[in-house]
Design a protein around this ligand. Structure first.
Ligand code: X2X
Length: 360
């Protein structure tokens, strides 16, 4: 009983030493104990640009940790049985070790991520880079930290463009009544309802079947998804409107991350950053005036199979439409009510940070 009542007990120093050692021991031994294999989840297959980035991450981790960390990538959300919005919970719980995952797919768990889904808000690569490297990016990583996720690097899915099988979309009324497949994140339903469309949410693996069977008239995704999935097989019209953007974040279960030795942390972090730079360049290639093509060539000695997505769409019979500033303005105004509902959910403070980052 005296031991349990430390005050005045002579056993106290011994007791506290034993206590300290027993508390610290698991921490040290955990640091030494690496798993034979770590599970990585991502929502798309290896042929998508984002999937190619994940594959490179796995290779770089192996190389930079000298084989100490082996990651097995589970493409197409197979560990989640296709339920693409579940990765943050699973990684936070440690059921899955890490993810190379879209911010949209994390947005129902981490509402701050919806800042990227405000319609006609970010619009340019320059703005996006400012956000990721600024206070907004910091705040997003802090929100992840709170639920047990360690953010490592920003990769990209990209600015999302709308395609459909019916007609050219250049003003809000063109969306009237179109049945558009969207991700199961509620902000997407709100945006497309606001535009008069008939949005239907489904996971990506079901979406491709829905295009084939004409169950939907259209969808929205970045070129890094549209090119590998050969969207022209289903849709003849694409409108480039950069209406919102989908960054990808490479993240790890926080508890596990903290138990890694500094050497391992450094190697994995470098692998994440390098793969993200490669992956972003794939996703931006042909869309940023040659910059990303140069990065791929000079830094990665990599030549893209389809360096010019616009040309590829046209060659495959698609009508490619770019919107004028006035046309964008009409869409921005039509979707304004989405801000009233969603800025409070994202947090006014984070929204203000995003605005400030873009004005830097
Ligand atoms: O489901 C989609 O549209 C996709 C592939 O872009 C995402 O995973 C967010």
């Amino acid at each position: 009983m005296q031991i349990l009542n430390p005050r005045g007990s002579r056993l106290f120093p011994v007791f506290s030493l034993v206590l300290a050692v027993s508390l610290l021991l698991p921490v040290f031994s955990r640091a030494a104990e690496l798993k034979e294999e770590y599970k990585l989840t991502l929502n798309v297959g290896p042929s998508y640009y984002w999937g190619m980035g994940a594959t490179r991450f796995v290779e770089l981790v192996k190389e930079k940790t000298k084989g100490k960390i082996n990651i097995k990538p589970y493409y197409s959300s197979t560990l989640l049985k296709g339920a693409q919005l579940k990765s943050p919970q699973m990684v936070a719980k440690g059921v899955i070790d890490c993810a190379y995952e879209s911010t949209i797919n994390s947005s129902t768990v981490i509402p701050e991520m919806n800042v990227f889904s405000l319609p006609f808000f970010i619009n340019t690569y320059e703005n996006l880079d400012k956000l990721e490297n600024g206070k907004t990016g910091e705040a997003i990583f802090a929100a992840m930290d709170k639920i047990g996720l360690k953010g490592l690097a920003w990769a990209e899915n990209g600015f999302r463009q709308v395609t459909n099988s019916k007609h050219v979309i250049e003003e809000p009324s063109d969306l009237n009544g179109l049945r558009i497949r969207v991700v199961g994140s509620p902000v997407f339903i709100d945006i497309f309802r606001q535009l008069g469309a008939d949005p239907v949410n489904m996971n990506w693996d079901n979406a491709v079947a829905a295009f084939q069977q004409n169950v939907v008239d259209g969808q929205e995704n970045p070129v890094g998804i549209l090119v590998p999935s050969k969207i022209w097989q289903y849709h003849k019209f694409i409108t480039f409107w950069n209406y919102l953007v989908d960054p990808v974040i490479i993240y790890w279960n926080k508890e596990q991350w903290e138990a890694f030795s500094p050497d391992i942390q450094k190697a994995v972090l470098e692998a994440a950053q390098e793969s993200a730079r490669f992956e972003k360049a794939l996703c931006r290639a042909g869309m940023d005036g040659g910059k990303s093509i140069m990065i791929l060539r000079n830094e990665f000695n990599y030549t893209m199979e389809f360096p010019d997505p616009l040309k590829l769409f046209k060659e495959n019979g698609m009508t490619v439409t770019f919107l004028t500033d006035a046309q964008i303005k009409a869409f921005r105004e039509a979707t304004r009510p989405v801000y009233e509902k969603w800025v409070p959910q994202i947090g006014q403070e984070l929204y203000d940070k995003a605005l400030a980052d873009m004005q830097r």
